[in-house]
Design a protein around this ligand. Structure first.
Ligand code: TRP
Length: 433
């Protein structure tokens, strides 16, 4: 076995100008951890994903440029990291189809983004699927292809994305299982617990949907104006102020060193005036952002340079990873040259595809009734002992119906591998109904 560096993959959806919350919560930590780790880092612009949300072509175009310039300006080192645009790698869309045919439709019904759209429709008395494009529905599959195509080991994401990483593992695992080889590396989600969510101008989480943001690269005058509009309490200069729950203080902390933060804490206790505190915050932020803004402006003025970087990366990634993988995958699924000698499915494949997951019920020497779920020779799940065969049978029936709720006490997942396969297996039962 040759060793390879851990691969860390970060997807960036272009959707309008990033704000300081995106910067402090996502961009800055992603670039810092890339520098720290001895890893092969993949950063890409998920432009195909943005078509799910907007059909405004000028906006897609503009956002892609802005977000590319933003990451470069913030320090993404293209000598050491991959930086590419999803739509430049057609193998990703091809892989999406292969994975689509591995994905349980029932599984996609349960994806959060789609479910949220359905819930909203229901709340408004609309048809479940009103206004939902199938791109939103298929989004987890495209995302799985993004990840699996480069055999990413780790995917840093926010909590809302964990389910998608699990789906990527699941589709990859199923493919490996069905076609009988380790075609895909199964990725892991990485959640950074310490990443701050910045408060916005009104004290709620900084978010476009609250209209309380500070755009990352707004002009200094605009930055100052927004900072001055941060909501504070009515305490006068000279009165001690609380750092606890103060948006101003939290924003300062996100840009200051530990020493500077400690000094600001003292200033709060000593009754610094809000105007003065805001002035210090502005100075601190501007000191960090000014050089980035300057680089950003220079980059935006030279889109040809960004384009050249993206194309060069896509070209090398395709040759090195994407094309060879697709050659293997096409062969695996049977998309082969008709001249090729017909080949029966390999022993391994035949064995595995023929094995349907089955429940086995049995009685142990302790007199209790048990069941287990097996797939070929893999033990997926092992039940506890039940007092009667009927109880065991009811638990099996619930599992077959895809209903695992409340059954947590009734069985144990055999192992990591069993856990992987279980979601797929249960989806299999619910499709067969
Ligand atoms: N879905 C992610 C988001 O909305 C963006 C994304 C697309 C992504 N493909 C990815 C993230 C692959 C990680 C890996 O933020």
């Amino acid at each position: 076995m040759f060793s390879r560096r851990t691969r860390i993959l970060t997807g960036i959806k272009p959707s309008g100008m990033p704000h300081l919350g995106n910067y402090a919560g996502a961009i800055r930590p992603a670039l810092a951890s890339a520098q720290a780790a001895d890893a092969e880092n993949f950063y890409f612009l998920a432009d195909l994903h943005s078509l799910i949300n907007t059909h405004d072509s000028a906006r897609v175009h503009r956002s892609t440029l802005e977000i590319a310039a933003t990451w470069l300006a913030c320090g993404l080192d293209v000598e050491k990291n991959w930086f590419y645009r999803q739509s430049d790698i057609p193998e990703i869309t091809e892989l999406t189809w292969l994975l689509t045919c591995m994905a349980g439709k029932g599984q996609l019904n349960r994806a959060h983004a789609y479910k949220a759209a359905v819930d909203k429709n229901r709340a408004e008395g609309e048809d479940d699927d009103a206004g939902v494009n199938a791109g939103l529905y298929m989004y987890p599959v495209l995302m799985a292809a993004d990840i699996l195509i480069f055999a990413a080991d780790k995917v840093p994401v926010g909590r809302d994305q964990i389910q998608h990483i699990e789906m990527a593992r699941d589709f990859g695992q199923r493919f490996n299982h069905v076609y009988g080889d380790d075609y895909f590396v199964l990725p892991e989600a990485v959640i950074d617990e310490n990443v701050a969510t910045l408060p916005g101008l009104d004290g709620r989480k900084m978010s476009k949907s609250y209209d309380n943001t500070i755009p990352l690269f707004c002009r200094p005058a605009e930055l100052e104006k927004r900072i001055m509009s941060i909501v504070t309490d009515s305490r006068a200069p000279g009165e001690p102020k609380d750092t606890e729950g103060s948006a101003l203080f939290q924003l300062y902390q996100a840009f200051a060193t530990a020493d500077e933060t400690a000094a600001m804490r003292v200033a709060f206790a000593e009754g610094i005036g809000w105007g003065e505190a805001k002035r210090r915050l502005y100075q601190r932020m501007e000191a960090e952002i000014a050089p980035l803004r300057e680089r950003y402006d220079a980059l935006i003025a030279r889109p040809d340079e960004i384009e050249a970087i993206l194309q060069d990366n896509a070209h090398r990634l395709r040759e090195r990873y994407a094309k060879p993988l697709l050659v293997k995958l096409r062969d695996a699924v049977g998309l082969r040259n008709l001249n090729a000698v017909p080949r029966p499915a390999t022993e391994k494949t035949r064995e595995k595809t023929n094995a349907a997951p089955t429940f086995k019920q049995y009685r142990e020497q302790d007199g209790k009734f048990y069941f287990k779920l097996i797939l070929g020779d893999i033990l997926l799940l092992q039940s506890r002992g039940f007092d009667s065969p009927k109880e065991a049978g009811q638990c099996v029936a619930a599992l077959k119906a895809g209903n695992t709720q409340g059954l947590g006490q009734d069985f144990m997942l055999a192992d990591e591998q069993g856990h992987e396969a279980l979601a797929g297996v249960l989806a299999h039962f619910s499709e067969d109904k």
